[in-house]
Design a protein around this ligand. Structure first.
Ligand code: SF4
Ligand code: SF4
Length: 164
């Protein structure tokens, strides 16, 4: 697969998930738990930052570490007034990057080798015993319950997070 092909696929993914419909309202960044989870605000990691970055210049996306911080909790998608499917976009984008061999920001299952989660998220959970307890709970439920439980759990471990 050529580099140009992945750029075409990324553009299709952007269109499919309505990233071009962004109104720049900032609601997604306001509800996103990443700030509290990682303890710092970095605009390029935020939903709004990623939407803007990819809309303007989708070049060198394979080297974008900022694309591997999203916790895929779906809060931004839920609150977006313009139908931007950011969580789905991030999952599809990562799948695309992994398929093309861009694996340095990802963690894989020690047993089967399947993709587990972004490296930053994994390292953060490993370094924080309290938050690391989330992993056991999450692995014990089905994927559908995991989505709901994950968002709720992220809010529990980020007490200063305020829903808008
Ligand atoms: S909530 Fe939706 S419309 Fe608003 S900035 Fe985020 S992606 Fe754009
Ligand atoms: S899916 Fe969750 S963690 Fe990712 S950008 Fe949206 S609100 Fe933030």
């Amino acid at each position: 697969m050529q580099l140009t092909d992945i750029k075409i696929e990324i553009k299709q993914c952007i269109l499919k998930n309505n990233l071009n419909s962004c109104l720049e309202c900032g609601k997604c960044s306001a509800v996103c738990p990443m700030l509290d989870f990682y303890g710092e605000y970095v605009y390029l990691r935020s939903p709004r930052g990623v939407v803007e970055r990819l809309s303007l210049a989708p070049d060198d996306i394979e080297e974008e570490e900022a694309l591997w911080y999203c916790l895929t909790c779906q809060e931004c998608t839920f609150f977006c007034p313009s139908g931007v499917e950011f969580q789905t976009f991030m999952m599809e984008l990562r799948e695309l990057l992994l398929e093309r061999g861009h694996k340095k920001y990802a963690v894989f299952c020690h047993d089967c080798g399947e993709y587990l989660m972004p490296k930053k998220e994994f390292e953060y959970l490993q370094k924080n015993p309290d938050k690391g307890k989330l992993l056991g709970d999450l692995l014990a439920v089905c994927p559908r319950c995991k989505k709901t439980g994950y968002a709720e759990a992220l809010h529990r471990v980020t007490p200063i997070y305020k829903r808008v």
